[in-house]
Ligand binder design. Structure first.
Ligand code: K7E
Ligand code: CUA
Length: 638
C-alpha cells in the first residue's frame, strides 16, 4: 500500500512537510475521523468555527452573534429573538473567547460558551445540536472581554468589562472618568440540568480595564482571577497614559465569599435593562425576555471579596495552571512572565500583609505573592496554556513565537516561531485540571506570504504543533474564519455519542407545526396569510397556492417531515426580503414574504436533497390587492 511515510526515505533532499513524517501526523484518511474538536472564535465575524484536529478541516460555522443567511439564523421568525438586545435587534458582534463546560474540573462535552465583546453578551451553544441555545446580555458592561470563562463545575460563567463606564449610565463629562467610572464583573449562574443562564450578581469594581480571566481550580477553586490594565484610569491616549504604572493588577475574586454575601443579603438591587434570549428545542423557537434589575456587590464595603496582586506592565493574559497553584500574568510591555502563587496569596491575606489599597480593595505585596518568574522569555507575552505534564506554553506577539517553559523551575525549554504574530494558543482541555497535551493550536493575526493572495485582506491562520515530545514540532497551517482569538478543544469522543441526529416529529411543539401532508393548509386572517407546509423527498405540500394578494404578509411555516439523519430541506421564494430556510429533519421554521408584484411566483428547495431535488418546487399565484380569487392550495391538483 502506498503510504506518505514512504517519502521519509532518508535521501535528505525532501523539503517541508514531505521531508519527514509530518504529513502522516495530520493526515486523516478519507472516511476517518479527527481525534479532537476545536471550537475557534470567529472574532469580528461574531461566530464560532468548528474544526477537526489534527486535520484542520472546517466542519461548521455556528452562528452565534451575527446573522447567517445560510442557516437563516437571525432571518427566520424563530431565531430573530436571539439577537434582541436592550438596543433593539443587533445583527453582529465580535466574539473572542469560547470556553467549554466542566464537571470536577474536567471538560464534560455539554456546552460551549462564548462572549460577545461589543454589545456585551454571553452565548451558550449546545454540543448536542451545535446550535446557539441561549444569549444573555450583560448590563453595566462595555467591551465584554474578560469573558466567557467557566468555573470548574460550570457553577458560573464570568463576564468582566473591558471598558469602565458610568454604572448606571449617565450623561457626564468624559474628563471626570477617574473615580466615577466603574468596572462591572458579572457572575452568570448556569443551571446544571439544562444550562440555562441567570445573571446572579455583579461586583462593581474600580474604573480599570478588565482584560482576561481564568478560574481557580483544584486548591484555588472558588476564586476567579482577572487581569487589569489602565489602573491609571486614563480616558484618552491610553497607549501612553495607561502605560505609566510599573505594575497593574490581577484581581483575585473570591466568588464563594460573594455567595456568602449574597445569601446574607449584602447586595444592592439596581435597575438594569438587558435581554435574556432562550431557544426552546421543543418549539424550535426563541423568546426574548426583558430583564429589569441586577444584584450588585460593592467590594469596597465587603471585606475578603477582592484582592489585588501587583503584576508588571499592563498584563493581558491571566491563566491558571492545571493544579490551580499558579496564576500566570503576562505583561504586554514586559519581557518576563509573572507566576503568582495561590498558597502564597492565601498566606499574605492571612497575615494582612498589604501594600496599601485601591478604592478600599487591599493590594498584596508583589514579593509576597510571586511564585516564580520566567525571565526574558520573549517579547510581548500574551497567553499561556498547559499540557498537564508540568509544562506551560506562552505566546509572544512581538517576537512571534510560542515558548515552552517549566512550571516550578521557570526555565525556558523550547521555542518555535509562529507565522506571524500569534495571539492566543489552545491545548485541548488547556483550561481545565486535565489537559490533553498532544497538540497545540497557535492562532495568528498576520499571515503575509503563507497563503495564496486574496486581494488586500489575507486570511488569518491557525498553526498546529505536535507537543508530545520534548520539542514542539510545527505540523500544519490552516486558514480560519474571521479573526481567531481564543479556542477551546476536547476529544471528539466526548461529543460524538450524544450528537443529535434529527428532531423527533412527535416532540415538535412549534405552534405552526403540522405532522403530516394531510394537515397542510393555508389560512387567511385579514391580510395575513399562514401557509402550513411540509417537506419530504422530493416535494412540498402544498405546492400550488392561489388567492394570495399584493400587500399580504405571507408566513411560510415549513415542517420538514423527514425522520432521518442529514436530510435537511431548504426553501426560498423570489423577492423575499429575508434568507432561505434550512430546515432540519423534524423541525419547523418560518419566514415572512411580502409579495409586491402580481404574477405567479416560484419557490424551491435550496438543499440538494435527492435525485429529484430539482423537481422540488412550487408556485404561489399573487393577484391584485382587490381581487376576489379564492384562497386555495393543492398538491397534485387534489
Ligand atoms: Cu488576546 Cu480578545 Cu483574548 Cu485576542 S484577546 S489575542
Ligand atoms: Cu428538498 Cu432539495
Amino acid at each position: 500500500m502506498w503510504s506518505i511515510s514512504s517519502c521519509q526515505d532518508g535521501s535528505g533532499d525532501k523539503k517541508g512537510a514531505l521531508g519527514s513524517n509530518i504529513a502522516e501526523k495530520v493526515y486523516v484518511a478519507p472516511g476517518e475521523h479527527d481525534e479532537f474538536y476545536a471550537f475557534v472564535s470567529g472574532g469580528f465575524s461574531g461566530q464560532l468555527a468548528v474544526y477537526g484536529l489534527p486535520s484542520g478541516r472546517l466542519f461548521r460555522v455556528i452562528p452565534v452573534f451575527s446573522v447567517d443567511a445560510e442557516k437563516a439564523y437571525g432571518f427566520n421568525e424563530e431565531t430573530k429573538p436571539m439577537l434582541e438586545t436592550s438596543y433593539g435587534f443587533v445583527p453582529w458582534d465580535d466574539s473572542h473567547h469560547p470556553d467549554l463546560s466542566q464537571t470536577n474540573g474536567e471538560i464534560d462535552g455539554r456546552w460551549c460558551f462564548i462572549n460577545g465583546n461589543n454589545t456585551p453578551r454571553i452565548a451558550r451553544i449546545s454540543l448536542q445540536t451545535f446550535e446557539t441555545e441561549e444569549i444573555i446580555e450583560i448590563p453595566n458592561s462595555a467591551g465584554n472581554h474578560s469573558s466567557s470563562f467557566v468555573t470548574e463545575n460550570t457553577e458560573y460563567v464570568v463576564a468582566g468589562t473591558r471598558f469602565s463606564v458610568p454604572a448606571p449610565q449617565v450623561d457626564m463629562p468624559i474628563a471626570e472618568y477617574k473615580g466615577k467610572f466603574k468596572g462591572a464583573m458579572s457572575f452568570i449562574k448556569v443551571n446544571p440540568e439544562d444550562g440555562h443562564m441567570n445573571l446572579e450578581f455583579q461586583i462593581m469594581m474600580p474604573g480599570f480595564n478588565y482584560d482576561l480571566a481564568h478560574p481557580g481550580r483544584g486548591k484555588s477553586h472558588g476564586w476567579m482571577f482577572f487581569s487589569t490594565y489602565n489602573t491609571e484610569e486614563a480616558h484618552t491616549l491610553l497607549e501612553v497614559n495607561a502605560s505609566q504604572n510599573d505594575k497593574d493588577f490581577i484581581a483575585a475574586v473570591n466568588w464563594k465569599k460573594a455567595e456568602e454575601y449574597m445569601a446574607a443579603g449584602k447586595f444592592k438591587e439596581m435597575p438594569a435593562d438587558y435581554r435574556h434570549n432562550v431557544y426552546d428545542e421543543s418549539t424550535h423557537s426563541a423568546t426574548s425576555n426583558k430583564m429589569t434589575t441586577v444584584k450588585v456587590l460593592d467590594p469596597t464595603e465587603l471585606p475578603g471579596l477582592v484582592y489585588f496582586l501587583p503584576t508588571p506592565k499592563s498584563p493581558h493574559g491571566c491563566d491558571v495552571d492545571p493544579s490551580g497553584e499558579f496564576i500566570i500574568g503576562s505583561g504586554k510591555l514586559s519581557a518576563s512572565l509573572t507566576a503568582h502563587s495561590f498558597p502564597k496569596m492565601l498566606a499574605a491575606i492571612e497575615s494582612e500583609s498589604f501594600d496599601g489599597e485601591a478604592y478600599g480593595i487591599p493590594i498584596l505585596k508583589y514579593e509576597d505573592v510571586v511564585g516564580g518568574i520566567v525571565e526574558q522569555a520573549g517579547l510581548g507575552p500574551l497567553h499561556t496554556e498547559f499540557d498537564g505534564k508540568g509544562n506551560a506554553y506562552t505566546t509572544f506577539f512581538i517576537s512571534s513565537e510560542v515558548v515552552k517553559w517549566k512550571l516550578g523551575t521557570w526555565e525556558v525549554v523550547d521555542r518555535q516561531p509562529t507565522y506571524y504574530s500569534v495571539g492566543h494558543l489552545m491545548i485541548p482541555g488547556g483550561n481545565s485540571r486535565k489537559p490533553f497535551g498532544k497538540y497545540l493550536l497557535a492562532m495568528n493575526k498576520i499571515t503575509k506570504d503563507r497563503y495564496l493572495p486574496t486581494g488586500p485582506e489575507l486570511t488569518q491562520s491557525a498553526q498546529l504543533f505536535d507537543i508530545s515530545g520534548d520539542k514542539m514540532q510545527l505540523l500544519l497551517d490552516f486558514p480560519t474564519v474571521g479573526e481567531p482569538h481564543y479556542a477551546a478543544g476536547l476529544p471528539a469522543s466526548l461529543i460524538t455519542e450524544n450528537s443529535k441526529k434529527y428532531y423527533k416529529l412527535e416532540e415538535n411543539n412549534h405552534p405552526y407545526a403540522i405532522k403530516s401532508e394531510s394537515e397542510a393548509k393555508v389560512v387567511r386572517e385579514g391580510n395575513v396569510v399562514h401557509i402550513y407546509m411540509t417537506t419530504i423527498r422530493s416535494h412540498f405540500a402544498p405546492d400550488n397556492i392561489e388567492g394570495v394578494k399584493v400587500g399580504d404578509m405571507v408566513y411560510f411555516h415549513v415542517t420538514n417531515l423527514e425522520q432521518d439523519f442529514d436530510v435537511p430541506h431548504g426553501i426560498g421564494v423570489i423577492g423575499a426580503n429575508t434568507s432561505e430556510l434550512l430546515i432540519m429533519p423534524g423541525q419547523t421554521e418560518t419566514f415572512v414574504w411580502n409579495p409586491k408584484k402580481v404574477g405567479v411566483w416560484p419557490f424551491y428547495c435550496t438543499d440538494f436533497c435527492s435525485a429529484l431535488h430539482q423537481e422540488m418546487q412550487g408556485y404561489v399565484r399573487v393577484s391584485p390587492a382587490d381581487s376576489n380569487i379564492e384562497l386555495t392550495w393543492s398538491l397534485d391538483d387534489e
